[in-house]
Design a protein around this ligand. Sequence first.
Ligand code: ZN
Ligand code: ZN
Length: 577
Amino acid sequence: MNLVAAKGTSSADVGFNEYKERFVLRLWEIYPGWASSVGYHKFDSVLVVPDEKSREKELAFCRANLDSLKKFQLQELSDANKTDYHLIENQLNYAIWGIKEQRSYEWDPSGYNVSGSFADMLGNDYEALDTRIHSFYERMANIPAYYAAAKNNIKNPSKEHTALAIEQNLGGISVFEQDLPEALQKSHLSAEEQGRIMHRAKLAVAVIRGYAEWLKDLPNATPRSFRLGKELYAKKFEYEIQSGFTPDEIYNKALKHKIELHGKMYGITKDLWPKYFPAQPMPENRLAAIKQMIDAISVKHVQPDSFQAAIEHQLPELVAFIKNKDLIYIDPSKPLVVRKEPGYMAGVAGASINAPGPYDKNGNTYYNVGSLAGWDKDKAESYLREYNHYILQILNIHEAIPGHYTQLVYANRSPSIIKAILGNNAMIEGWAVYTERMMLESGYDGDRGVNSTEASPEMWLMYYKWNLRSTCNTILDYSVHTKNMSKEDAMSLLTQQAFQQQAEAEGKWKRVSVTQVQLCCYFTGFTEIYEFRESLKEKMKDKFNLKQFHEQFLSYGSAPVKYIKQLMDQDNKTTTK
Ligand code: ZN
Ligand code: ZN
C-alpha cells in the first residue's frame, strides 16, 4: 500500500470522501426517522408512508448508489475508506434484500409503530421545545396514511409479531395522551394552537387504536411462521453480522464451545466443593452440581445502596491493571464519567455506556449506572445475585474498560460518519466480549490487586456462566429460526444448560420469537476476534505482542472483523518486508 493512500489523501480518497457526504445526505432524505434517531433533525417533521411508492424510491436510491460505488477502485482507497465502502455496499444490498426477499413489511405488523420517534421529540431537548412541538405536529399529519399503508401491506402476518404489534402500539398511545399535553403546558404556544395540536393528536390516537383493533379482528387462517427459515436466515446473517463464517459454522462452534464451558465449570465446581459444602456430597448430575455452586457463589454481592460506588471504585483499578500488564494504551485525557442513570432511563437497573451521537460531537460519554432505590427487597436481592461480586467486575470490563468505552475512544480517533451510523455490531459486541476473556487470562481479579497473575476459581466460574449466555443465545437463535426448536427445548437449554432463571429464559424466548440473527452478534464477533488472535500468535511466535495487537485491531474503527483481518494481514506483510 502506498503512503499517500494510507493517509487518505489520494485523489481517489478525495473523491470518495465527497461521495460519502452526498450519500449520507440522501440517506437521511430516504430514511428521515433514522436521521432523527441519530441526531440529524432536519427531517423531523417528515413521516414516510410505507407504501409501494416509498419502497420503489428506496430501491432506486439503493441501486443508484451501488452504481456510484462501482466508480471507485477499492484498492486505491485508504484502509478507512475501504471499510466504509464495504459498509455502504452492505447496507444498500441489505435494504434491497429486505424489500425483495425478506418482505417483513408483509408479515411483521410490529414494524409499524410511530410512538417511539414521537416520544424522542419530546424527551430529548436538542432544540427549543416549541420548535420540537411544531415538528411533532407536522409529523402527525401522515399518521392516518401511514397506518392505511400498513394495513394494505400486511398479508398472513405471524401471530407472534401481531401480538407484539398490538401490545406496542397500544402502549405507545400515552405519548399522545400524556406526554404531549404535559409538553404543551411547558410550551409558549397559544391556546388556539395547542387546541389544534391536540385535535390532531386525538385523531392519531384513534388511528393507532383502530390499527390494533384491525389486527385483533384480522382473519388469518394461514399465518406465517415467526421462524425466519434457513434460506432467509443465512442471508440475514450475512448482511447483519458480516462474518467470515456461515451461520452453520458459527452454530457448530457454539455447540462445541458450550461443551467446553461445561467441562471447565465442572472442573472448578469439583475443586471448590469442599470449600463451600464440606459436609455435603456433590450431586451425581454434573449440571446440578455446577448450578448449586453458582448459587452459593452468587450470594457474595454489594448492598443495594453501594451499587454505583462499587462500579466507580473499580474503574481506576481496571485502568491500573491494564497499564501494569501493558495490555492496551488507555488515553488518560478521556476519563469516563460515571453517573446515576438520568430520569428518562429510570427503572432499568444495570449499567450501560451512553455515547454522543455522530451529530453531537461535543457531547460527553457517560457510564449510566442504574439505582436500586425503591426496589422491593426480593427483587433487589435477586438482581444483586445476578450482578454479584464477580459478574459486576465482568460487566465493567465489558461496558467500560477495556470493552465498549475503550473501543469507542479508539474509534473516535479516525472519525467516520459511515462507521458511526453503519458500524458493525458483531465487531463492537465481539470486542467487549473478547476483553472479558482477555482480562481474566491476563490474571485480572479485583480482589487480588494490580499485580494479580491469576483470577480466582470463583471469578472464572462466574465468567464461564456469563460467557455461556452469549454462546447459548447463538444456539437458541439458530435452532429456533432454522431447526424448528420448540419452546420447551429452548427453555431447557436456557435454564438447565445455561443456568438462567425462569424469568430471564422466558424473556429470551419472547425476544427470539420476534427478532432474528441479532442474538448471534456477541458470540460470532468474539469467536472471530479470539481465533484471529490465536492464529497470529501461532504465526508470529515470540514476535507477537498483545498490546500491539489490540491497538492495531481497534485502529480500523467499528468495521466487520473479516475486513479488519484482511487489512491487518496486509499491513503486517508490508511492514515485515
Ligand atoms: Zn444477598
Ligand atoms: Zn455490549
